[in-house]
Ligand binder design. Structure first.
Ligand code: ATP
Ligand code: MG
Length: 382
């Protein structure tokens, strides 16, 4: 196998030492050495200006420009070439200094030192290449990192644009919907002339659909506001026992019509917390609404317990229940796992979760198919 060529710059003022070294390297098989020998620091620098070298062996004790000065000048040139200094005997302090100034290594010139030069060269070249590779690698990583950061920023900008767009569109939909609802209502009420029973029926179907659309638009608006960080909680001191009771009252008729019970298990008659009244009502209405919606027999039970720093609320039903896979998805937007015939858009739970998270609380669900579900959420009192 042909040996790799290695260009060596030898800066050595002593001709005998230089000759011995040259012979030593010629007899070594690791590389095909191409040695340029100069006898002063000045000549060394001049050689480096003309040619590229893989390694420099630089004598410390040189006439005129010293080894140290020469080393400094080489390092200033920003050439990535390792420099091994050949120092005098017992120059330990000097050696440390040389390393600090950028020498790759040093070799004290004691009797027979030339024997260790080939090994020193091999070791230096291998280490130097490994360092270069590492530097290259780090540079590449840094580059990739900055590229990724740029892409990430672009994506975030796009995401913000998309959210703003959705928020604007949804907002613009609200006014026309309100107008349609109002006008349909006016016609049904007979303000625009007499309405036939059949017409009334069609109009009331339209009214229901428009109402559903309006609810969807409101939910989407809520979500987009929360997700863009624009929702500010209007916190006040409130009695959560009372708030839960009020929300439950709203479902009594619906539950009764379906033949299911709606029960309270409150450990206290009053628990004060600091929270946003409207937003928490929204959470209760969705969770109790879901429980009633997905239960056909049995009870919906609302439990409330005061813990040390928080209050824990459970909304348990004896309804359809869900599998584990289903419970893992339902807090995502537009996910609906039960039969399509039940009304809803799948935004209630993501909104509830966002509201609870805004309050620094947490929510989870335990559920068994055909047995029922239990939605449990905790809220800090303060
Ligand atoms: N108590 C429950 N029992 C069984 N399944 C439930 C229960 N609560 C929620 N789910 C499941 O989770 C899905 C998501 O609930 P979520 O409240 O987000 O949406 P929705 O009630 O379908 O619609 P929306 O709340 O927007 O009117 C429901 O469609 C249903 O499949
Ligand atoms: Mg719901």
């Amino acid at each position: 196998m042909p040996r790799e060529k290695l260009k060596v710059l030898l800066v050595e003022d002593n001709p005998t030492d230089a000759l011995i070294l040259r012979k030593k390297l010629q007899r070594d098989n690791s590389f095909d050495y191409d040695i340029t020998h100069v006898i002063s620091g000045e000549d060394g620098i001049a050689a480096l200006e003309k040619d590229m070298f893989d390694i420099a062996l630089l004598d410390y004790n040189l006439p005129r420009k010293s080894g140290l000065e020469t080393l400094r000048e080489i390092r200033k040139k920003e050439i990535k070439m390792p420099v091994v200094m050949i120092t005098g005997q017992g120059d330990e302090a000097v050696a440390a200094r040389l390393m600090k100034e950028g020498a790759f290594d040093y070799l004290p010139k004691r009797e027979g030192y030339e024997d260790s030069v080939p090994l020193m060269i091999r070791k230096t070249i291998a280490e130097h290449r490994a360092r270069l590779e590492k530097e290259e690698f780090q540079k590449e990583i840094a580059l990739k990192k900055s590229e990724l950061e740029k892409i990430n920023k672009k994506l975030m900008d796009l995401d913000r644009m998309k959210s703003d767009f959705v928020a604007n569109v949804v907002h613009e939909l609200r006014t026309p919907l309100t107008i349609i609802k109002g006008n349909v209502d006016n016609i049904v009420e007979g303000y625009a002339g007499e309405v036939q029973p059949q017409q009334k029926e069609i109009l009331s179907d339209i009214f229901k659909v428009v109402e559903r659309l309006a609810r969807l638009v409101n939910d989407l608006l809520d979500l987009s506001k929360i997700e863009s960080g624009k929702t500010q909680l209007k916190k006040e001191d409130l009695d959560i026992v009372e708030l839960a009771g009020e929300a439950m009252n709203g479902f009594e008729k619906l539950a009764k019509d379906k033949g299911i019970g709606i029960k309270k298990e409150f450990s206290k008659s009053r628990v004060m917390i600091n929270a946003d009244r409207d937003k928490l009502t929204q959470v209760f209405v969705n969770l109790i609404g879901n429980a009633v919606k997905f239960t056909d027999k049995g009870d919906v039970t609302v439990r409330l317990a005061e813990l040390q720093d928080e209050v824990q609320i459970e909304i348990q039903d004896t309804g359809l229940g869900m599998t584990k896979e289903e419970t893992e998805k339902i807090f995502d937007k537009f996910v609906r796992v039960v039969a399509e015939k039940k009304e809803g858009t799948g935004l209630g739970l993501p909104i509830a979760k966002d509201i609870i998270t805004l309050h620094k609380g947490r929510i989870r669900v335990e559920s068994t198919p055909d047995k029922g579900s239990n939605f449990i959420f905790n809220l800090p009192k303060l």
